[in-house]
Write a protein that binds this ligand. Sequence first.
Ligand code: SF4
Length: 282
Amino acid sequence: MIDIKSLSKTELTGFILDKGEKKYRSEQLFSWMHSKLARSPGEMSNIPRSLCELLIRETEYTALKTVDVRTSSEDGTKKYLFGLSDGNVIESVWMKYRDWNSVCISSQVGCRMGCRFCASTLDGCIRNLTPSEMLDQVYSIQRESGERVSNIVVMGSGEPLDNYDTLLKFLEIISDEKGLNIGERHITVSTCGLVPKIRSLAELRKQITLAISLHAPNDEKRQSLMPIAKKYSIAELMDAVKYYYDRTGRRITFEYALAKDVNDSIEDAAELSRLVHGLNAM
Ligand code: SF4
């Protein structure tokens, strides 16, 4: 079955023409799926019944099931647990600020990166998410909250650059002006540091923000926290980061979670300061 919500605009047009339908039907469909956020073909009121039946018969229409929602009493942040069609579950988070809001989404069920401070990796990577499963986390939250999602961070479970092609498809569809039209500058992708993929992404010159999970100022400490650091040294990571900045002009974000007596000494701070000195970074 074709996962229809994962199709790019061009692929969707190809699919519709293949079925003997007129091209404008693909535009209607794209709008129903990615702008009006229809939960099923049955909601698409201006497409003919025969096409609706064809969609039900021949395609898989992703619509995540909300399994649980927990709301923080402090700031209203909502954590969503979404059920996938194969029974797996993933987490997303909705954060509301004064002038904007942000949704944090997952890119995989689990993760194989093994960072020691992260619960998402305990059972390894079960599978990659599809583009439609990444998209529908945003769509479901926008529908449920009734508010337009303004920002996205791909920082939930999973390493997004380990699901690279899906990530690119997600970015293409979510930023399409006929879809939710969320501009690349409002999207942050967080990585533990897959150096070759950072370089590939740099070549595309996208305007997204790249966030690097650093968490330690030197190789020894980083290797004790993050297995990926054994594969790529901090020097290689920093080279890739500089390359990313050179190609895109986008300021890099570094993430550093403090763990008591692990990476939070004055010496760590001084070493970190030397490491990022001169970089256009946050
Ligand atoms: S890459 Fe992200 S999701 Fe994966 S183990 Fe590390 S912190 Fe967790």
